[in-house]
Design a protein around this ligand. Structure first.
Ligand SMILES: Cc1cc2nc3c(=O)[nH]c(=O)nc-3n(C[C@H](O)[C@H](O)[C@H](O)COP(=O)(O)O)c2cc1C
Length: 216
C-alpha cells in the first residue's frame, strides 16, 4: 500500500477488536517513531497498553476505550510543538494504515492516566488511538478545493493534488479550518483559520499536501 493509498483508505476508527498489536508489528511502529523522533526532536511513544488513557466518560461514549494501544504525542514545549506533532503524528498514522492497523487522533483523553515518559520541558499534546478496528470507518463530509484555497478555476496540477489529499486528512471535529494560498511565484502558504487543535490540524494537512505534491 502506497502513502496515497493509505490516505484514501484511512478513516477515524473508534471501535476496536480486543486484539493486541502483534509484537513484530509493534516493533516496526516503534522503529518508525524512533526515526520520526530523530528527525524532529519529538518524543512520540507507542504505548502498547493504552492503560487508563481513555478512562473518561466522553472517551467511553465515543468507544475509544476499546483501543488496545496508543501513540502518546509528546515533545519539547515551544511555539511550533503542536504543528510538528501533527506532521509527524500523521506520518505515523499513515504508516499504521500501511501495516493494516486503524487509528483515531484524540484530543479527549485522561492526561494523568497516560503511561508515557514526559521529561522535563516536554508536554503531552494529544494521543492517537491505535489497533485493529472493528470497522474501517467511513469517509467524512468535506469542503471543496475552492473553499480552502485562494485560487479560483485553473490551478497547477501539483497544487490541486496536494489540496485534494489535504481534504482527506483528519481534522479535529472535522473542522477543516485551513487555507492553502498559492502566490504568483508558486510559493504555498497554509493559513490556520483557528479552532480547537487547529495547529495540530495544520501539521496533519501539510503532511498530506506534501505527499500529493510529490505524486505529480
Ligand atoms: C487534532 C484532532 C483531534 C481529534 N480529537 C478527537 C476526539 O477527541 N475524539 C474523537 O472521537 N475524534 C477525534 N478526532 C477525529 C476527528 O473527529 C476526525 O478526524 C474527523 O471527524 C474526520 O474524520 P476522519 O478522520 O474519519 O476522516 C480528532 C482529530 C484530530 C485531527
Amino acid at each position: 500500500m502506497t502513502e496515497v493509498e493509505a490516505i484514501r483508505a484511512r478513516h477515524s476508527v473508534r471501535a476496536y477488536l480486543p486484539k493486541p498489536i502483534e509484537p513484530k508489528k509493534a516493533e516496526k511502529l516503534e522503529a518508525f517513531l524512533e526515526t520520526c523522533n530523530r528527525e524532529s526532536g519529538l518524543h512520540l511513544q507507542l504505548l502498547r497498553d493504552a492503560g487508563g488513557t481513555f478512562d473518561r466518560l466522553l472517551s467511553k461514549a465515543m468507544g475509544l476505550n476499546s483501543a488496545p494501544s496508543v501513540i502518546a504525542c509528546v515533545g519539547p514545549d515551544g511555539a511550533d510543538l503542536e504543528e510538528r506533532i501533527g506532521y509527524y503524528g500523521e506520518k505515523a498514522v499513515l504508516y499504521a494504515q500501511q501495516l493494516g492497523l486503524n487509528t483515531c487522533w484524540a484530543g479527549t483523553f485522561q492526561a494523568r492516566n497516560v503511561p508515557a515518559v514526559i521529561q522535563s520541558g516536554e508536554r503531552l499534546v494529544i494521543v492517537i488511538a491505535i489497533g485493529y478496528g472493528a470497522t474501517q470507518g467511513k469517509a467524512h463530509r468535506s469542503k471543496t478545493i475552492e473553499e480552502v484555497t485562494n485560487v479560483q478555476g485553473e490551478m497547477p496540477q501539483w497544487f490541486r493534488k496536494g489540496v485534494e489529499l489535504a481534504l482527506l486528512a483528519p481534522t479535529a471535529i472535522n473542522q477543516q479550518k485551513f487555507r492553502f494560498c498559492l502566490d504568483a511565484e508558486g510559493k504555498v502558504t497554509v493559513l490556520d483559520q483557528k479552532g480547537p487543535f487547529s495547529k495540530v490540524d495544520l501539521g496533519i494537512v501539510k503532511c498530506h499536501f506534501e505527499i500529493g505534491r510529490r505524486e505529480v
